[in-house]
Design a protein around this ligand. Structure first.
Ligand code: C5P
Length: 308
């Protein structure tokens, strides 16, 4: 077996995300939906470590949360990212082994796969000495998937188009979140398909102006009332238990609850750390809940944490 050289590694930390607002428009000719969404990056991180490999070899291993359901063939978004990067900016002999350590739920609506794609782009760019700028990385990220650019950028941002066109949004202070993972998963295409089946083709997208103002002013009362997700009912229909988690978590101390992206992870906004700890304990007792994580947001996007 060909050996993998370990004398040089680049480790990237990449956050998950929650959509504070997700407004879905009509299906476009390319199959994607026009949308307007407000993303927030949260401190639930995957880590991707890239080490050099000889003769153009690309490989991946996955550990951590839900690792067994992540593919390790070329359908893995991190491998696709490395392949796209060397095709556009490198040479075919560049190789890498990617070790993904997951904490962001797989197929949970928190952009776990997209995060790994973004992290692999950054890690391989540094590993191979390509040192691309943010604009070049964002361009490749948009080709890989709608949420990949946001995983690179982080913070808070308004996403338009299919979600890949980003404008940073002002967000004062930090917010406390609790994420409840369901037993099931929801595939993003299935959530959009269900949305289409329950709406005419003429649903219009709305820009979350009031929510953006509330975030800029750190007005948590307004933020909590203005959280909105057009895909929430689809996630409820497609995954048993989501409904109960949304309701019961509010009684246990969350100030607002929302399905994260296409779900089925449920995000709870909390008033402070103490409430978040209490809610974490309460949610952990629900049989509909597989795991509970506490996180803060906004946090920065993908970044190198060690390189040797
Ligand atoms: O871009 P990404 O590969 O993450 O999207 C996964 C799937 O989600 C797409 O194939 C499409 O079915 C659906 N999608 C959509 N409209 C968007 C984003 C995603 O219909 N704006």
């Amino acid at each position: 077996m060909e050996s993998i050289e370990l004398d040089g590694a680049v480790r990237v930390q990449v956050p998950g995300k929650v959509n504070l607002s997700l407004s879905v428009g009509p299906r476009r000719l390319d199959g994607y939906h026009e949308l307007v969404t407000l993303f927030m990056a949260v401190s639930l991180y995957d880590h991707v470590t890239a080490t050099p490999a000889r003769r153009g070899r690309l490989s991946v291993e996955v550990s951590g949360e839900g690792a067994e359901s992540v593919p390790t063939d070329m359908s893995n978004l991190a491998l696709k990212a490395a392949d796209l990067l060397r095709e556009r900016h490198g040479t075919p002999d560049l190789g890498a082994h990617l070790a993904i350590d997951k904490r962001i739920p797989v197929a949970g609506g928190m952009a776990g796969g997209s995060a790994d794609g973004a992290a692999a782009l950054l890690a391989c760019s540094v590993l191979w000495g390509l040192n691309l700028g943010q604009a070049e990385l964002l361009e490749l990220a948009a080709e890989l998937g709608s949420d990949v650019p946001f995983s690179l950028l982080g913070g808070c941002a308004l996403g338009t188009g299919r979600g890949e066109q980003l404008a940073p949004a002002l967000c004062k202070g930090t917010y406390e979140w609790v994420f409840a993972l369901s037993h099931g998963t929801v595939s993003t295409p299935a959530a959009f398909k269900d949305f289409d089946a329950h709406h005419g083709g003429d649903h219009v997208v709305r820009t979350p102006d009031r929510l953006m103002k509330a975030l800029a002013a750190h007005n948590i009362d307004d933020v909590r009332m203005l959280l909105h997700n057009d895909l929430q009912h689809s996630a409820i229909r497609l995954c048993a238990g989501v409904d109960e988690i949304l309701d019961e978590g509010l009684e246990m101390g969350g100030v607002a609850s929302i399905v994260s992206g296409s779900g089925p992870t449920v995000a709870f906004l909390c008033a402070d750390t103490e409430d978040a700890i209490g809610l974490t304990v309460g949610l952990s007792t629900m049989h509909q809940v597989r795991a509970v994580h506490r996180a803060k947001g906004p946090v920065p996007g993908a970044r190198v944490v060690t390189a040797s």
